[in-house]
Design a protein around this ligand. Sequence first.
Ligand code: FCB
Length: 419
Amino acid sequence: MARQVCYNFNVEDLENKKYFPNGFVWGSATASYQVEGGIENNDWAQAARDGRVPAAGRACDHYIRYEEDFDIAKSLSQNAHRFSIEWARVEPEEGKFDEVAIEHYRKVLQALRDRGLEPFVTLYHWTLPLWFVKKGSWLARDSHEIFGRYCGHVVEGLGDSAKFWITINEPLVFSSHGYLKGNWPPFKKNLISWLRVVSKLIMSHNVAYKKIKAVNPNLNIGVAKHNINFESNKNPLNWLLSRFMIWFWNHHFLKSIKQDFIGLNYYFHRKFGDKEKYEKNDMGWDIYPKGIYNVLIELKKYSKPIYITENGLADAVDTKRAKFIKEHLQWVLRAIHPVRSLAHASGVSPKDLGEATSNGVNDGVDVRGYFYWSLLDNFEWAHGFDPRFGLVEMNYDTLERKIRPSAYEYKKICESNSI
Ligand code: FCB
């Protein structure tokens, strides 16, 4: 079925400007443990006390300074913001919910609304209450029921303040670190346990989906899925490997869950058998903007709206960030608008192209938003505070926030809805 897409440009503009669909969501993302500070009753804080990972401590003190941070996001012309709720704050003991914590997040949501920022709320961004860990974490028999109860409770309290809910952030990433590589809590290395956790997370999401819908059927629910652009050279074994990884890493989870939209986190590409060298970010991760196009095209078959819930890089000196954002968004636009791209490639006149788009002839990918990771520099898990992902630079001694030049480049994109 053809999707009707409206663009707010004049035909003459087409040659020079590149527009995103009307109502496109522009934001940046954070997660509770990485920015809030003062959280001591979860598994990462325990692992820090045990000396196995760095401590987050007061992080960006965002739990106190969220209004200041949302003022910055607003001043950068963003119209949405993704953040997460800390499960250990809301349910510090099994089955006992802390209404003061819920009230805090209600104020956070209100602060976003007051600034015209549409909230995208993550319910679980990798950190777990200690009591849940004691019960066996995701491998506990009833973990899915427990998670569903938590999600239902939060949405009962806050569901009228946010339309977009993300149950789980990157299920395969944290589970593979925690159960296969053994470098994140709970520091296990066991393939079978990992596979069991993945299937428990699928169940957990599906239970949460039901519970949230029972509270309010109009809410939009999805996961934030970390997909990788897998490719290969001509070697058939490499090709097979890439096909397997596309199926297992990119699609198995998404195919097994109920969802109203897809949240895509894009950071990595992997070309099996490829020796080419790519430009890198401060963490040594390749910069490969075209990959976002390839993973978006792969998601088209789900026929769901897609929000890019994370994309970003560590770049302390801020010399690569503006280009990074722009180039990724150019590829996003291509995925949204193949008609336009095709026309460019084949020399079709902008006028004919304008007619095609205004007739709704567009078989592109239904991408509706983009969240840069991250609004602020923050606690980057096992790497601590060294990597600098923020549009805003943090001085961790003074807690002073300083907007980086690249943030103003992103602002231009957000306010003009174009690149
Ligand atoms: C993603 C995580 C996010 C952050 C970025 C750099 O995988 O979801 O919390 O660590 O990577």
